[in-house]
Design a protein around this ligand. Structure first.
Ligand SMILES: Cc1ncc(COP(=O)(O)O)c(C=O)c1O
Length: 449
């Protein structure tokens, strides 16, 4: 018999609570991947029907069928793509959000949650060099943050440049979500050649001068920490060009702008203060759980003009009073307050601890780079700028990299996927987790001998 749906079931509470606490206590965190392997969907079939099942049985299916087929992105051995390394405080507070159905749709319904999120946005804005009038919201991830900011760039640009058809400049190293967003927004993407993987102000200026199309360029996107390589674009050069040509300047710092927390890295983001908008994902290098992206505008009123939703049933949330409705700043309405896990964790640990954790990832990237240089069968491809390390295994084919990557995760040593750099396949280590050790790095490198 399924329990009454709306009465708290002590046994089920204990079952779930025990699971959560055990997972939270796990140290080190297993990659926990049995592989997708044999068709397994049948093992889930039959659970969803007219009648319910005992929670123990459903939970057993979760632990035996579902969980082993989801890699632990928070494992210190997860070094592929851009991982996630949430603090325990942030994870615990995420449970509070679930348990209390906290939401953050509007100021009317959830002023407390929105105000706490705004504290985080203001902190990030201050670190970026914005004034206290900046603001925005948290959205699901970098892709949605970029889309929402570029919608404002497009509409503001259309108005300023008096044109309906507009273009926005970016580089070939911009994250794939930039091209997708421009496609959805029906904005032409002007791909500017980067110089040694970095987009520079000079290159943007040259591209603007060389343009022979009528369609005006109304914005430019720079990346603060490219996904594949970790390069920070020339923010101050691009910012100056943007000011000179009245372009919206958006900085995609989904990964790299976590470096704002580090006193060592912060100077590298000089020029960010010239941006009109930026994003940074707490679920990447700011140690919050999925899913969370901070989207900050210098002049939030410009975003309100684009994103505010109008409907008679929503009139109640738009009052004359000072209010901050997250739906005014991005493509969203109902929402989980995705900025609260980082708010809690920052309040508990302080920004210095965050800076140290960011620095620790850069330090282990540096350790890996030095170890690669020492090994005769490896070749470091580039000095890591942030915490991403690219290197070749001399003599390997694409198939060798694939086989090695699969074998590495099967043996639970690490999750590392190949990428390509300057036209050839290579290995890529993305460090975020301050608990990734030199021993783990050595295990990975030795596995390539
Ligand atoms: C620079 C950059 N921008 C945007 C994104 C997209 O972020 P999300 O996966 O949160 O949508 C990523 C993801 O890795 C990224 O590295």
């Amino acid at each position: 018999m399924a329990p009454d749906m709306f009465t708290f079931d002590e046994k089920m509470g204990e079952l779930i609570g025990r699971y959560c606490l055990e997972r939270l206590r796990q140290q080190p965190i297993e990659l926990d991947f049995g592989g997708v392997g044999d068709p397994f969907e049948e093992e889930l079939a039959g659970l969803l029907g007219e009648l319910g099942h005992e929670p123990e049985l459903v939970m057993e299916r979760f632990t035996s069928v579902i969980a082993p087929r989801v890699l632990s992105a928070d494992s210190e051995r997860f070094l592929a793509f851009i991982p996630c390394a949430p603090t325990k405080a942030a994870l615990l507070f995420d449970m509070v959000i679930s348990a209390s159905s906290l939401h953050g749709a509007s100021w009317l319904e959830s002023a407390g949650a929105v105000a706490a999120e705004n504290e985080v946005l203001k902190l990030l804005g201050r670190l970026a060099g914005f004034s206290n009038t900046c603001g925005g919201t948290f959205v699901s991830g970098g892709s949605m943050g970029n889309l929402s900011a570029l919608a404002v760039a497009r509409d503001t640009g259309r108005r300023r440049h008096g044109a309906r058809e507009v273009a926005i400049a970016c580089s070939s190293a911009s994250h794939s979500s930039i091209a997708s967003a421009l496609h959805l927004l029906d904005v032409e993407a002007v791909i500017v050649e980067s110089v040694d993987h970095q987009l520079t102000g000079e290159a943007v200026e040259r591209a603007l001068a060389a343009r022979d199309r009528e369609v005006p360029v109304v914005g430019v996107v720079a990346t603060a920490g490219t996904t594949n390589v970790g390069v920070i674009d020339d923010l101050s050069g691009i910012g100056k060009v943007a000011r000179a040509h009245d372009l919206w300047f958006h900085v995609d710092g989904a990964y790299g702008l976590a470096g704002l927390m580090s006193e060592n890295l912060r100077p590298r983001f000089a020029g960010l203060e010239l941006a009109d908008s930026f994003i940074v994902d707490p679920h990447k290098w700011l140690f919050a759980p999925f899913d969370s992206c901070a989207l900050v505008y210098k002049e939030p009123a410009l975003a309100r003009a684009v994103h505010t939703q109008h409907a008679s049933y929503l009139d109640a949330i738009h009052t004359e009073q000072v209010e901050w409705n997250p739906s005014d700043y991005a493509m969203q309405l109902s929402r989980r307050p995705k900025g609260l896990p980082i708010w809690f964790s920052l309040a508990v640990h302080g920004t210095l601890a965050y800076g140290q954790a960011v620095d620790a990832a850069c330090a282990i990237a540096n350790v890996a780079a030095r170890a690669i240089e020492q090994l005769p069968y490896l070749q470091l491809l580039r000095e890591p700028e942030l915490s991403i390390v690219l290197f070749h295994r001399l003599g390997w084919s694409d198939e060798d990299y694939d086989r090695w990557s699969h074998d590495l995760v099967r043996r639970q040593i690490a999750f590392v996927t190949p990428t390509s750099f300057e036209g050839s396949t290579c290995a890529r280590l993305a460090f975020l987790n301050p608990r990734t050790t030199e021993e783990i790095v050595n295990e990975i490198l030795e596995s390539m001998a």
